[in-house]
Ligand binder design. Structure first.
Ligand SMILES: NC(=O)c1ccc[n+]([C@@H]2O[C@H](COP(=O)([O-])OP(=O)(O)OC[C@H]3O[C@@H](n4cnc5c(N)ncnc54)[C@H](OP(=O)(O)O)[C@@H]3O)[C@@H](O)[C@H]2O)c1
Length: 345
């Protein structure tokens, strides 16, 4: 759909979006659109509609901000669209914040745009568009568990184990000897086994085959209320910690169930973790450590001899509705990563 554009005001820039990625995480932005405020970020012009956000790269093609010349490239959060007008504030040589009045309600990191000193690198840009928000979640979630001595767990159970965020967590815990058990759907079991980052893999129906006498940390990526109840009823007081990270199988914020045995779930939100690093002046040092480890992870992911994931490149946005339908109904092959190239048509 084409929308008319109005001329830029002083203090605004217009970006042309180069590349964005879509995974189930984007579906969760829609699911939590009202509760976390994602719908505020790119308001839809038509009532009853919302603009689903996506991570990617863009180039400033018009600028009325003296410190940001045209040709500047940025990484950040964009609508699934070709262009976006923004109002940069807090401009430094490394980043700016979109200070447009409607960009409220969500953690601050969603409004932060990183200026890219280098030109496009399609392969690496695709991998980062796909994984930056996911792997930073895996990484900070592993940090969060490490800082709490893994709740002295004897095993980790990770649901939606085929998701990129889940196997990122398993990867980040690879130096921890505690077994990492992946829980997945039957159709994705062989994919998850092939990753090699889980010590054992069970399908959801086999949950009760996992040893319930071991102290267990549950890392919940599925957000499925029924599975959640089954996990609590299986591990009961051996559930040392219940960490809600994702909602791949849910179309609403998971319900709080007061009557469950074991600890209450704790919602882990990477964006708030990053905001707290920023508030403490630690974001830069965190990012240095993170970027080094992200590079190692991405090389492993895309290792051509035995890739964990293959890039699926789409030209333009024509395929986006079909990709979104597949992500929404869970039929997407987890071995693919969908990226949309909006400029080389
Ligand atoms: N808390 C945070 O800060 C944070 C940050 C980033 C991401 N996340 C969350 O992490 C989750 C994973 O995101 P991702 O982008 O990594 O996922 P992904 O790589 O696209 O993985 C998709 C997997 O999710 C499951 N799934 C997806 N849709 C389904 C459906 N309709 N029915 C049944 N199963 C479905 C399947 O796994 P199985 O067959 O293995 O179940 C599927 O292979 C999302 O909910 C995302 O929002 C949270």
């Amino acid at each position: 759909m084409e929308f008319p554009t109005s001329p830029l005001a002083d203090g605004e820039v217009l970006v042309r979006i180069e590349r964005i990625a879509l995974t189930t995480n984007n579906m969760t932005y829609a699911v939590y659109g009202d509760s976390i405020g994602y719908w505020n970020l790119f308001p839809a012009t038509q009532p009853g509609y919302g603009c689903m956000p996506a991570w990617g790269y863009a180039e400033i093609i018009e600028s009325r901000v003296p410190e940001i010349p045209t040709g500047t490239r940025v990484f950040g959060y964009f609508p699934i669209a070709t262009h976006l007008a923004m109002k940069p504030t807090a401009v430094t040589s490394r980043s700016f914040v979109d200070g447009a009045g409607h960009r409220t309600g969500t953690p601050k990191v969603y409004n932060l745009y990183e200026i890219q000193p280098q030109g496009p690198d399609p392969r690496m840009d695709s991998l980062i568009s796909l994984f930056r928000a996911l792997f930073i979640t895996s990484y900070t979630a592993a940090d969060y568990l490490r800082e709490r001595h893994y709740f002295k767990a004897e095993q980790f159970v990770i649901s939606s184990a085929s998701s990129k965020t889940a196997y990122g967590i398993a990867h980040c815990l690879s130096d921890v000897p505690t077994p990492k058990i992946g829980l997945t759907s039957r159709r994705n079991k062989s994919f998850v086994e092939g990753l090699g980052c889980y010590d054992a893999v069970y399908v959801y129906e086999e949950l009760t085959d996992i040893d319930p006498t071991k102290s267990t940390v549950y890392v919940d990526l599925s957000g499925d209320d029924t599975l959640h109840r089954r996990v609590h009823e299986h591990f009961r007081d051996r559930l040392a910690f219940d960490c809600l990270v994702g909602s791949t199988q849910s179309t609403s914020f998971p319900e709080q169930d007061e009557d469950l045995p074991g600890p209450d779930p704790v919602f882990f939100f990477a964006a708030l973790q990053l905001d707290s690093y920023k508030a403490a002046g630690e974001l830069r040092s965190f990012m240095q450590r993170y970027l080094r480890d992200e590079r190692i992870f991405l090389e492993r992911i895309a290792d051509t001899r035995r890739p964990w994931m293959t890039l699926v490149e789409h030209s333009g946005l024509d395929d986006a509705p079909a990709v979104i339908t597949g992500l929404h109904n869970g039929s997407t092959d987890p071995s693919g990563g969908h990226v949309f190239d909006l400029i080389s048509r």
